[in-house]
Structure formats: C-alpha cells, structure tokens
Ligand binder design. Structure first.
Ligand code: GLC
Length: 433
C-alpha cells in the first residue's frame, strides 16, 4: 500500500485520486471574439459592445456527445464545464438571470445536454462557477473589472450591493446542484483579496467576505455532501489547484505541512477560452510529460479545451486530444490508480516514476530515451519481471557481473532496444517482488 496520506477533507476524493485525468472546458460568449476569455476585461469592452456576442452566439455545431467521446478516448475520467465564467453569461437555464444560453440563438440549456452526454459515456461531472461576474448589476466595479477606468466607475458602482450578488450566487449554485443530478466537483473561481495590495477602497480585490463563502459552502454541502470543492473561495476544502505551472513536489498545506489532494490545471495553448491566433500549442512530449509529471507527484491533471463559438473543438485541440488518446490507449495503467513512488525508489536520470496504489507495480517513464541500458540504483533483488507497457514485451535485466557500470552497487540494469519504441514517452512496467 502507498504510504502517502493526505490531509482529511470534507468531500470524497477517493475516486478522484484514482482517476487522475480530467477535461476542463471553457466555453462562453468569449469564444466569439476568440481573443482570450478575459477579453472583456483586457480590452475594457463596454456592455453594449459585448452585447454583440450575446446577439450572435449561435453554437450550431454543439454536439456534446462528440466532446464526450473525445474526452473518453483521451482517457479523461471527469469533465468540468464553465457554467458561468467571469463575463457572467450562463450556459444553463437560470431563473435568476436573462443572461443565459436559453435566450440566445442556442435557445436551450447547454449544461443539461453536456451533463447527459458525458454521463452516458461514464464520465463524471464537474461544474466550474465563476465568483467574479462582470455583467451582474450588483457586482461592484474593482481593479480587474472591465469598467475600472470609466471616469465615473466609482459613482456607478457605489450603490451596488455585493450582498445581493452573493445571494444571486447561492441561488444559482442551488439550481446547479439541484437540477442536474449528482455533481462530483464544484470548481469556484476565484478570490483575489490578497492580490492587489496597492489598490485602495473600492478598487481592492474580492474574497471570502464578499462571496460569503461560508454560507455558500454550507449550501453546497447540504445539497451534495460528498461533492469535491476547490479552494478558490478562500476557504480550504478538498482540492488545491495550481494553475499553468507544473509543481516540482507533492503539494503541502501551507500551515500544517500535510500532503494535500491537488490538481494542476493546464491549457493546450496559453488561453482557456478559444483563442484563434494563439500559437503556443504544446508538443506531444510536453502534453504527455505533464500528465506523467503530475501523477509522479501524487496529483491530478485537468487539461483544458476551449470550444469555438460554433460549439466544436478546433483542429488543434482535437490533435492534442488525439495525442493523449494514442498514448493512454496503451499506457493508462501507469496513470489510473497510481501515485508517487515510495521513497525507497529513486528515478534514474531523465525518468519519472509512478507506482500502483497497492505498491506491486512500479512504472518508469522514459522522458529521455536512454539508449541501451537503464541503470536502476537500489533496485537489486526487488524486481520479479519487467516489460514495456505499450506492447507487453519482456525487458531482460541483470543484477550481477556488471563490469560496465561497476560491481556490487545494489543495482539492476535493464537491457533496452537501442532504438526508442514508437511511443511518445515509453513506459517500463516493473512487477515488484
Ligand atoms: C483563472 C482565470 C481563468 C481561468 C481559470 C482556470 O483564475 O481567471 O480565466 O478560468 O483560472 O484555472
């Protein structure tokens, strides 16, 4: 059994740490400008102008069954959809706003179809819900708000009542957790009360007092007690969510030092929402490498797709998903149910290790292909059998008479084919004694 124990949390993370790999989906009106999901804030777009996107939103190609099939093929076991992002537009049918998909050309509840399609592929359902809202009339203008530089921003904002907005959020979260059956994850985004220390008064960032996070979480737990909630309400719950960087160690709680359940969220390119002209798309080696890296440090990976305004996946996103599908088809055994290897096993240069939760199998990921030999120090006497994971072909090894690498050094040497197999990152499966 794995010896790593994580901090106890209110929700049920047992399935989550087994499944390891999920799909994030950022979809909203920002897919029309196709210049980042923050476009309204970045370009300080006025309400009337942003209204155009509401008017022209027409996802005629939306086929969540196709999304779900691609997610499943890629090996993703859960999916988290932006039911509302910072722009305030709701993909679901809410009683509490007119700013929703039902009132666009789409004419229907897009969340409902997403839930049905993904569930029928056996994929668990998560909802992303933005705490920030740049459309709501009671959301006070602040340092990141699109209207922050309007001359009369403060005057306009003065009578806005964040309490009313906090209540609006509770109402909507109640809808989301009541109308769509069992929801596995609620992903709030985000608090920034500590992020703009130079700002004064009304320009300051917002956090748990503004969102009334305690009440919000209480409501969520009442409606779906086992759900996993992330930490971005500014109150610790189940999930720590490093964004757009790869941790180099298993994440720990900043006060108690305990290991925590964590999920890195990443993009195929630099943007979450569909971004037509973004060109920094990640290579297959990096895509697969991120997944391996994450699991080798006890974490999950949430990989994002930003569908186009017509509701389909861009060809670059489809290619990236295909990279995962091709690799996961043969190598998922080193990911599902796996975690950081026990401390007794040290990864050789250019390799990452994962280990099955029952401790019986160790996986060596060859991030850099080592030519003919892989020397495993400290492994002598521990391995019963070795094979490549993708084709189940035996890998011979020796533990004695190793003049090449020095004798009597408690090492085991794997004999590899000198040419790298046709796998982005090959995996060696070791059956331990
Ligand atoms: C953020 C961004 C955002 C994105 C998210 C994903 O904090 O504001 O646009 O949705 O993180 O982690």
């Amino acid at each position: 059994m794995s010896s790593y124990v994580t901090k106890k949390t209110p929700g049920d993370t047992s399935w989550f740490v087994h499944d390891r790999f999920g799909m994030f989906i950022h979809w909203g009106l920002y897919s029309l400008p196709a210049r980042h999901e923050w476009v309204k804030s970045y370009e300080k777009i006025a309400e009337e102008k942003y209204e155009k996107y509401f008017e022209y939103f027409d996802p005629d190609m939306y086929d969540p069954k196709d999304w779900a099939r691609q997610a499943k093929a890629a090996g993703m076991k859960y999916a988290i959809l932006t039911t509302k992002h910072h722009e305030g537009f709701c993909l679901f049918d809410s009683k509490y706003t007119d700013y929703k998909a039902t009132n666009t050309k789409a004419g229907r509840d897009l969340v409902k179809e997403f839930v049905e399609a993904f569930r029928s592929e056996g994929i668990r359902i998560g909802f992303y819900y933005s705490l920030i809202d740049w459309h709501h009339p009671e959301f006070p203008i602040d340092v990141i708000h699109p209207r922050r530089d309007d001359e009369d921003a403060y005057e306009q904002s003065k009578n806005r009542d964040i309490k009313k907005y906090a209540e609006y959020m509770r109402n909507q979260v109640e809808e989301l957790l009541t109308n769509y059956g069992k929801i596995d994850i609620l992903w709030f985004d985000y608090s920034y009360s500590q992020q703009h220390p130079e700002q004064k008064d009304w320009m300051k960032g917002k956090g748990k007092d503004d969102w009334e996070s305690e009440k919000l979480i209480e409501l969520v737990r009442k409606l779906q007690p086992h759900i996993i909630i992330n930490n971005r309400t500014e109150i610790d719950q189940d999930l720590w969510t490093p964004e757009q960087y790869q941790p180099i160690e298993w994440l720990r709680h900043n006060e108690t030092g305990e290991l925590v359940v964590w999920e890195a969220c990443q993009t195929f390119s630099g943007s979450w929402g569909y971004h037509r002209d973004e060109t920094t798309w990640k290579s297959p080696e990096i895509l697969i490498g991120m997944l391996i890296n994450t699991v080798s440090l006890g974490g999950n990976l949430l990989m994002n797709v930003g569908p186009t305004s017509r509701g389909s996946f861009d060809y670059r996103a489809e290619n990236a998903l295909k990279v995962y599908a091709d690799w996961m088809k043969y190598n998922s055994r080193s990911i599902y149910g796996c975690t950081m290897a026990e401390p007794e096993f040290t990864a050789p240069n250019g390799c990452r290790l994962t280990q099955s939760a029952d401790g019986k199998r160790l996986y060596i990921h060859l991030m850099e292909y080592p030519f003919k030999h892989l020397v495993l120090k400290g492994f002598a006497g521990k391995v019963d059998y070795a094979q490549f994971l993708h084709d189940g072909s035996e890998i011979l090894f020796t533990e004695e008479g190793l003049d090449l690498f020095g004798k009597n050094q408690d090492m085991l040497v794997l004999n590899l084919p000198p040419v790298k197999p046709n796998v982005v990152i090959p995996v060696i499966e070791l059956f331990l004694k």
